[in-house]
Write a protein that binds this ligand. Structure first.
Ligand SMILES: C[S@@+](CC[C@H](N)C(=O)[O-])C[C@H]1O[C@@H](n2cnc3c(N)ncnc32)[C@H](O)[C@@H]1O
Ligand code: SF4
Ligand code: SF4
Length: 354
């Protein structure tokens, strides 16, 4: 009995600490050696359960696309898992609201059975007794709720068709239900824009009141690799040079300190030879229809499609010409057009100006 429990602890330690560090170092090492064909598969993956939403947030590409809805089935999900042995973690969310796929929780429970860590971000609108009780039983999960305002007025102007009172009461109920257990971890995620920056300190207070474990505030806005999204994003994008942005972020940090609310502030980083993208060396994004896309910053196969894993094995796609070319271009500072505004919408200087 004691041997079994020690083995279990060692396994948990290796999976939680050593193995992810080893895998990350391995990806960095092969990137340094400019390997384009990788001798290993991703250890992390994003899988999109559904590609439609019940909200219409203007800064999100889902609002602007017009396509028939695809829902991932648990059978197809298992096919993906079979093609990707050795996964340590899965983000089971892409574009759209993941909980609109009624079979999402079956897929999460499959991850739990297989000992794979999972993460889901939700708009917090789809909430029933069944959903809440099954989600709160997941030991290996991080459940994230997107909240972009501390008042109904701001929240509902950004998260169009969302209801502030309903979403915040769902989060409060979920944290109450989870109680003192350390799992699942519960987080709030806020995309900071010029429309809500003044409410950041109050969002910190709200996160504390709702009882979540942490709050992540990101100033990183993606244009999803699409020129047509830039016009609508530019006016709301907070620039790091803007002193008002700094002022509200500093105030939010002070409030967090005072009320003891763990927060993470994510700023976009400018691309440089020291800050190269590592995604195509360790992870990938699988759309609901099986299309393979380089990352969640793009998340749309009409922008970049590497293949489709229901049509050919992922192992072949992972080292095909397109993936090799992407790795070569990132390694030689000749990034594709869709990567140009990654890293916080900071325009990237041409390679010869860096
Ligand atoms: C695409 S949504 C999908 C999950 C779910 N529907 C939600 O809103 O949480 C995932 C996250 O992306 C954020 N997001 C939406 N548009 C964005 C953009 N242009 N740049 C950065 N993040 C964005 C959302 O606020 C949310 O936290
Ligand atoms: S709720 Fe999420 S997926 Fe839906 S439009 Fe808003 S950000 Fe996009
Ligand atoms: S958009 Fe390009 S640079 Fe950014 S994460 Fe994706 S692959 Fe990497």
């Amino acid at each position: 009995m004691a041997v079994k429990s020690t083995l279990k602890k060692v396994k948990r330690f290796l999976r939680g600490g050593c193995v992810p560090i080893y895998y990350s170092l391995r990806s960095r090492a092969v990137q340094c050696f400019k390997l384009k064909r990788l001798p290993f598969l991703p250890h992390k993956i994003d899988i999109e359960p559904i590609d439609m939403c019940n909200f219409t947030c203007d800064h999100c590409q889902v609002t602007h696309w017009n396509r028939l809805t695809t829902r991932l089935t648990p059978e197809r999900f298992k096919t993906i898992l079979t093609q990707l042995p050795g996964l340590l973690s899965i983000k089971l969310q892409g574009m759209g609201e993941p909980l609109l796929n009624k079979l999402l929780i079956d897929m999460l429970e499959e991850c739990e059975r297989r000992g794979i860590d999972m993460e889901v971000t939700s708009n917090g609108s789809v909430y029933t007794e069944n959903i809440a009780s099954r989600l709160s039983s997941l030991r290996r999960a991080l459940i994230v709720f997107s909240i972009d305002g501390a008042t109904a007025e701001t929240f509902e102007a950004i998260r169009v068709k969302g209801n502030f009172k309903a979403v915040t009461s769902h989060v409060a109920d979920f944290t109450r239900r989870r109680g003192k257990k350390p799992w699942p971890r519960i987080e709030i995620r806020t995309v900071a824009t010029l429309r809500n920056i003044h409410e950041l300190p109050d969002i910190v207070r709200l996160a504390k009141r709702l009882g979540v474990d942490s709050l992540t505030i990101t100033t990183l806005l993606t244009d999803w690799g699409k020129a047509e999204m830039q016009d609508s994003l530019a006016p709301i994008n907070v620039s790091r040079e803007n002193s008002h942005t700094d002022q509200f972020i500093e105030e939010a940090e002070k409030v967090a300190d005072t009320i003891n609310m763990p927060i993470i502030i994510e700023h976009g980083q400018r691309y440089s030879t020291l800050n190269r993208c590592i995604w195509p060396w360790y992870s990938s994004y699988i759309a609901a229809n099986g299309d393979v896309v380089p990352c969640c910053i793009i998340a749309d196969s009409t922008v970049a499609k590497m293949g489709n894993l229901f049509e050919e094995p992922f192992s072949r796609i992972w080292n095909n010409e397109k993936y090799q070319d992407l790795r070569r271009r990132i390694s030689s500072n000749d990034i594709p057009h869709y990567c140009r505004n990654c890293y916080g919408m900071t325009p990237i200087a041409p390679a010869n100006e860096r």
